[in-house]
Ligand binder design. Structure first.
Ligand code: NAD
Length: 502
């Protein structure tokens, strides 16, 4: 297909140039509030991917020699530019995701926070030293970059998730090839333009587009050292298995089913507000969305209040300040959620609020779904077992905190969870025993700030070192340990035939 016939062909970013792909396969990018096509994104050809990787490889040889404070200063300039363009980025992000403007700003902001952390790279790359490990011998470690790193990102946080990856990797001295979601490639391109404007040398960041075929090419490429992935469970498993099979370091963040435990002593008004916001915010399309309310004992009495609160919440277009959230990303995503809602009804759950037939005035073609609430849910139902990724909250009743903890620990996912209670002992027991990587105490969506790391567990993560924070620096670097002796006088010293230092 000739790109002259395409609406806004999205360029590639190779060796510091924004270039149009010569691909004959293109994917439509749509505005989910209207389903109008707003751009076309190429399935990058193999030779274009080769150019991107080879340019990243050549640039690495120079970039790794750039002094750490200079790499940190690039991140300081980038952070300022991202702040200067915060509203503009949020608007662009809204146009391809449908997120409401305030939430889109939040998406950009949580990425800016990671860039701030990347500006601290010097202290994050400090090694360790021990003097006199043997007579006149010192040992110290050096933290060194790896080479070309690669990131593959999902549709639901087009700014935050690419910014989890490339600023930390590049600040650490690597170069980076990003493959953003083909559903939302526009924000990533703007992030790259601003990075260049901040002073990023050509070649440190490359962007290629596409889907499975392009990702598989990247996974098998011998010159790529690390893969950072965020997306759905089946793809995360494929990425981890294929990437490690090709002897790469891989971190693969996957899907989730996040439970909020409500103890009978919790402040119920706050519980209701937080349950609504954390389950239907961003149309439930957050990997840390609360999708299961575990109501302990008479906490189940909140269901009528929860129902009333859910009924008041309406989706809408991004510039409607009364809209609580936007559309689902695509008609297919909406249909998947509709099927699950239908299955929930058929399997015997009580549908307290049904958002299946939601319309938004003036936008008849948008992928709208209203808030949906189920009670009487059991663990054998599809709406409990599957990640719905829509504005749907399911409620399960249990008798005790122990039962709630067992329920959550038996669920295969382990991304986020929270407990709402007035009792410190209950919160302490919960945080200690729960097999989930990110725990909120009276905080519904406990996404850690970037001086910590994003630490999903079990079925929500494949790998060992997590995103951002100290763990990201470990992921994007190698440790070299030096053992050194300087002779200042002739010490009688025959051959040492042992492994001991002397
Ligand atoms: P997805 O898995 O469909 O796509 C993610 C990326 O993988 C995209 O870049 C896509 O092009 C690529 N891809 C898709 N199919 C592929 C295949 N078969 N082989 C190779 N690559 C492929 O995910 P999505 O729908 O964009 O995002 C939503 C999912 O991401 C949800 O499951 C959500 O929970 C998860 N997510 C997880 C986290 C986390 O931190 N754990 C954060 C955000 C989103």
């Amino acid at each position: 297909m000739n790109d002259a016939n395409l609406i806004s062909p999205v360029p590639l970013y190779i060796n510091g140039e924004f270039v149009n792909s010569s691909s004959n396969q293109w994917i439509e990018v749509t505005n989910p509030a209207t389903n109008a096509v707003i751009a076309n994104v190429p399935c990058t050809t193999e030779s274009e991917i080769e150019s991107a990787i080879s340019s990243a490889g050549a640039t690495f040889e120079q970039w790794k020699e750039v002094p750490v404070p200079d790499r940190a200063r690039l991140m300081l300039s980038y952070q300022q530019l991202l702040k200067d363009h915060h509203d503009e980025l949020a608007q662009l992000l809204s146009s391809e995701t449908g997120k409401n403007f305030a939430d889109a700003k939040g998406d950009v902001w949580r990425g800016i926070e990671v860039v701030e952390q990347a500006a601290n790279i010097a202290s994050l790359m400090m090694g360790e030293t021990v003097e006199n490990v043997a007579s006149d011998i010192d040992s110290y470690s050096l933290i060194q970059p790896l080479g070309v790193c690669c990131g593959i990102t999902p549709f639901n946080f087009p700014a935050m998730i690419p910014l989890w990856m490339f600023p930390m990797a590049i600040a650490a001295g690597n170069t980076f090839v990003l493959k953003p979601s083909e559903q939302v490639p526009l924000t990533a391109m703007r992030l790259a333009e601003l990075f260049e404007q901040a002073g990023a040398p050509q070649g440190v960041l490359q962007i290629v587009h596409g889907s499975k075929e392009q990702v598989d090419y990247l996974l098998a490429h011998p010159d790529i050292r690390t893969i950072s992935f965020v997306g759905s469970v089946p793809v995360a498993k494929h990425i981890y298995q294929t990437g490690t099979q090709h002897l790469k370091r891989v971190q693969a963040f996957a899907g989730a089913k996040n439970h909020m435990v409500v103890m009978p002593d919790a402040k119920m008004e706050q519980v209701v507000n937080h349950l609504v916001g954390s389950s239907v915010g961003a149309a439930g399309q957050r990997c840390m969305a609360i999708s299961v309310a575990v109501l302990v004992g008479n906490a189940s009495e909140i269901i009528p209040e929860l129902k009333a609160a859910m009924q008041k919440v309406k989706p809408g277009v991004s510039d409607d300040s009364n809209a609580a959230y936007g559309p689902l990303i695509s008609p297919a995503a909406k249909q998947r959620v509709l099927n699950l809602i239908e299955q929930g009804k058929q399997q015997g759950a009580t549908c307290e609020v049904d958002g299946s037939h939601c319309q938004v005035d003036g936008y008849p073609d948008g992928n709208w779904l209203g808030p949906t609430l189920f009670s009487g849910v059991s663990t054998d139902m599809a709406i409990y077992q599957q990640e719905i990724f829509g504005p749907v909250l399911v409620c399960i009743g249990v008798e005790t905190l122990d039962e709630a903890i067992t329920l959550i620990n038996n669920n295969p996912y382990g991304n986020g969870t929270s407990i709402f209670t007035a009792c410190g002992a209950a919160a302490r027991k919960f945080q200690h025993r729960i097999q989930v990587g990110q725990v909120g105490v009276n905080v519904p969506i406990p996404v850690p700030l970037p001086f910590f790391s994003f630490t999903g567990w079990r079925g929500s993560f494949y790998g060992d070192l997590h995103a951002y924070g100290k763990q990201a620096v470990r992921f994007y670097t190698e440790t070299k340990t030096v053992t050194a002796r300087w002779f200042d006088e002739d010490i009688p010293d025959g051959p040492n035939m042992t492994i001991h230092l002397r």
